[in-house]
Design a protein around this ligand. Structure first.
Ligand code: BES
Ligand code: ZN
Length: 852
């Protein structure tokens, strides 16, 4: 039963469970509507705990029978779990429960997807499988027997035995229940093997539905690359004889790191050149790495409680970013990550959903798998590494692995290994985990001509956030380099360590007033509030040796010109157009970087910027300025575009590697502009000749930009109607390209398409997520974007609370806009809030967004 009564859990209330679990034996008798789960669990009193209440979590379970040490017992069962009187010493608990996987549309616990059984237990899904202390600090060794009329049956660890209609698995590594997994179905595998650096052989498999076998090769290569990388960079080896990955169509998240049995959303693992774009390939490589890296950061060392989520997620995101920087281009990855941080984390940190990297309370933990915990959590580790240096970083992490292997650890444990390794006091640094909001950094420059001394004075300020009125100064590593008047670097990058609210740093012995390049490589997740003239930005765009800041200078110019255009019908800035032209002409510059420099700040970023300056953004005016600037760029670059397009065609057979992908990305960005002035002619030609999805989809996108493409949309549909992942693109693209006034209707119409369904999160996100990302369409003055979103979220909540609650966050910026917009958004949120039987997940989200 759903439970909407808000119960808040606090970090400060942590107490250990009264019992330890020595072993867990599970038997699954599979049946779609009536699966029986038999559990046999050995409990012993926990010497470090004082409270001996025997409470086991359990939700949506039918208890058939329970025994303690072989004797039938009658526990007291509620909709949250059970309590029971137990012996003083160690004892064996046995229970049989019945569950209904086929009716489990929440996709949490044991459920069915395309005819196969699969599980998702993080964070608190195991309690929907059987009665258990479902908390990450209770770790045990699991043995699992699966019985059923199913060809392939998988669980964690190593296979112990199998026969007609059964299989047995044993995982020797103690783990919390959230890492449990089971998969059973008519699956086929793409096999391979890996020899670890100490010479152990590991069997690798990617398990998929029959028609998907040709989409596994890339994921397998990514897995082997990840295994090698973790050995080489972190010295971490894999620790079982087998590593299985399974692709599942209906999945709330991207993927899950269950011990030895990772389960993936099929969109996060399956790829072929014909069906997946370069971007899809890159994301798959990163997600496979991420989940694999969890084997050490998350599984071998797990979290004491869910407040410590960033301990595994922030660290693992940081590790997967290091991996991607190493195997692809470091600057391109960094710029992409910062764009993502600004698009997703900054709005969160500066709006009603703001919370610390380590939250102090929650109602529903699923709502805290956020950009703040993940992306800001990774930034915090990046800052730590920058402050202590690479050598100390790896030394401290080694100590962390050595000291805490097998533990359920905390942020305190993590910081302590750094304090011990470096002798530093990290108590102020720890504020990054407890203080929410994005610090704003302002700079003043002073130049003493006579003494050749240049001084930078920084001031930091963090605005109040919900529940945190007072803010203290953070430790901010500010990477700075200085350029001379001719553009040469006169001081290489140096990391200034800011700890005060206001602090000055001096550079001596300079021959001339330098131009500073501040916050190189985006050395801290802060808002650098520095108004440069367009000449100063143009200078940095031309000369900065730091690729990130070079990109940032172009970004500043683009942002400034967009803001001027929104505010005063200004013409695009000539410095911007000339600067970007020079960058595009620079053949020495990585095409992928040039493509990133061509991209404009999103409409939502411009809205945020206006709001920050105390103005009320008008989404349609921003849309119009965006369109006008792109058209003006296309005209300005008219002669260069066809040249760049031709130069960046790839003749070699398709490969998703960074080099080819970079060429295609630049060609695609160019095609987007070209389509504004050539009536879609080039896009139509590209569509006809495309032999991979990157080209096919970008051609379709170019056609839609040009207001064409009706025939091609139909052709695309007919070609790909049997491929769900490609059809998601077809759905999403139409909403993404819809004009502001039509976006809601387009989305509405697509939800009526026979292939639309509420039971597949990917499909729901393809349509409704795309509407949320269509800034001027979602935030349309009519309110119809908000209303449609509310309708669909209300419908989805009854089936899938987790995905509904996550998508509710699309409303988080609603107070930025004018009174009429706010009234529409508020009505939509209140309508969601008033829905009978609304899930706890969604209730928490809308309540936080409506709170003043
Ligand atoms: N542990 C998470 C998956 C998860 C999240 C399960 C929330 C249950 C609730 C996994 O490691 C993860 O972080 N996946 C990300 C992708 C990753 C590359 C950041 C995801 O699923 O989006
Ligand atoms: Zn993760």
């Amino acid at each position: 039963m759903k439970d909407a009564s808000p119960q808040t859990i606090y970090l400060k209330d942590y107490t250990p469970f009264g019992f330890t679990v020595e072993s867990v034996d599970l038997t699954f008798r599979l049946a779609p509507h009536a699966t029986r789960v038999l559990s046999k669990i050995r409990f012993a009193p926990n010497p470090v705990a004082s409270d001996r209440t025997f409470f086991l979590h359990g939700e949506e379970l039918t208890l058939i029978s329970a025994r303690i040490d072989g004797t039938e017992v009658t526990p007291e069962v509620t909709d949250k779990g059970l309590t029971c009187a137990v012996p003083e010493g160690a004892f064996t608990w046995e229970a049989e429960v019945e569950i209904d996987p086929a009716n489990n549309t929440a996709l949490e616990g044991l459920y069915m997807s395309s005819g196969m059984y699969c599980t998702q237990c993080e964070a608190e899904g195991f309690r929907k499988i059987t009665f258990y202390p479902d908390r990450p600090d209770v770790m045990s060794v699991f043995t699992v027997r699966i019985e059923g009329d199913v060809p392939v049956m998988l669980s964690n660890g190593n296979k112990q035995g199998q026969g007609e209609g059964w299989a047995e698995w044993h995982d020797p590594w103690p783990k919390p229940a959230y890492l449990f997994a089971l998969v059973a179905g008519d699956l086929v595998n793409h096999p391979d093997r890996f020899i670890t650096k100490s010479g152990r052989e590991v069997e690798l498999n990617i398990w998929v539905r029959k028609g998907d076998l040709h989409k596994c090769a890339f994921g397998m290569e990514a897995l082997k690359k990840s295994m090698t990388w973790d050995e080489e960079v972190y010295g971490r080896e894999y620790d079982l004889d087998i590593f299985n990955i399974v692709a599942v169509d209906d999945f709330n998240m991207g993927a899950m790191e269950n011990k030895g049995l990772n389960i993936f959303n099929s969109s996060a693992v399956l790829a072929s050149p014909e069906t997946a774009t370069d971007m899809n390939f890159e994301r798959i490589e990163a997600i496979i790495a991420h989940e694999y890296f969890h084997n050490w950061t998350g599984n071998r060392i797990t979290c004491r409680d869910w407040f410590q989520l960033c301990l595994k997620e922030g660290l693992t995101v940081f590790r997967d970013a290091q991996f991607t920087s190493d195997v692809r281009s470091a600057p391109v990855k960094r710029i992409g990550d910062v764009m993502d941080l600004r698009a997703r984390q900054f709005p969160e940190d500066n709006g009603p959903l703001s919370h610390p990297v380590r939250p102090e309370s929650f109602q529903e933990i699923n709502n805290f798998y956020t950009a703040t915990v993940y992306e800001k959590g990774a930034e915090v580790i990046g800052m730590l590494k920058r402050l202590v240096g690479d050598e100390a970083y790896y030394k401290a992490v080694d100590l962390y692995f050595e000291r805490h292997d097998g533990d359920a650890a905390t942020i305190e444990d993590w910081l302590k290994v750094f304090e011990e390794t470096t002798g530093r006091d990290l108590s102020q640094f720890k504020r990054w985990y407890s203080q929410s909001g994005t610090p704003r950094l302002t700079v003043e420059e002073a130049w003493d001509e006579g003494g050749g001394t240049y001084t930078l004075t920084f001031r930091q300020e963090t605005r109040p956030t919900p529940g945190q009125a007072e803010k203290l100064p953070q430790v901010i590593p500010i990477a700075v380099g200085l350029l001379g008047p001719n553009g040469d670097e006169v001081r290489p990058t140096e990391v200034l360590e800011m700890t005060e609210a206001e602090q000055s740093f001096r550079f001596e012995g300079l021959a001339a007033r330098p131009a500073p390049s501040i916050l190189r490589d985006f050395s801290a997740p802060v808002i650098l509030d520095r108004s440069l003239t367009s000449a100063e930005n143009a200078f940095l765009l031309a000369h900065d040796t730091d690729p990130f800041n070079r990109w940032e200078a172009g970004r500043n110019l683009a942002r400034a010109t967009l803001l001027d255009m929104v505010e005063g019908d200004a013409q695009p800035d000539a410095d911007y157009l000339d600067g970007i032209t020079a960058v595009l002409r620079d053949r020495a510059l990585d095409p992928a970087l040039r493509a990133q420099m061509l991209a404009l700040p999103s409409q939502s970023e411009i809205a945020q910027q206006l709001h920050d300056r105390g103005q009320t953004p008008d989404p349609e005016a921003i849309y119009a300025a965006h369109e006008a600037l792109k058209l003006r760029m296309a005209e300005h670059l008219q002669d260069l575009l066809p040249v760049l397009y031709a130069e960046n065609q790839v003749d070699a057979p398709y490969s998703p590697d960074a080099e080819q992908a970079g060429n295609r990305e630049l060609a695609m960005a160019v095609l987007g502009l070209l389509s504004r002035i050539d009536g879609g002619a080039q896009a139509a030609r590209q569509y006809d000749s495309a032999d991979n999805m990157t080209l096919q989809l970008s051609a379709l996108s170019g056609l839609l930009i040009a207001g064409k493409g009706e025939a091609q949309l139909q052709a695309f549909h007919d070609q790909w109607q049997d491929d769900r992942l490609v059809m998601d693109k077809w759905f999403g693209l139409q909403v993404a390209h819809a004009a502001p006034a039509q976006a809601a209707e387009v989305a509405q119409r697509l939800t009526e398409h026979p292939a639309f369904t509420l039971t597949n999160p990917n499909r729901f996100r393809a349509v409704m997520g795309a509407l949320g990302m269509n800034h001027a369409g979602f935030h349309h003055a009519s309110g119809k974007g908000y209303a449609l979103m509310a309708d669909k979220l209300i419908a989805l909540d009854a089936k899938n609370p987790q995905t509904t609650a996550r998508m509710c966050a699309l409303f988080q910026t609603w107070r930025r806009y004018d009174a009429a917009h706010q009234a529409h958004a508020k009505a939509a949120l209140e309508r969601i809030a008033a829905t009978p039987d609304l899930s706890r997940d969604t209730t928490e989200m809308v309540t936080r967004m409506l709170a003043v």
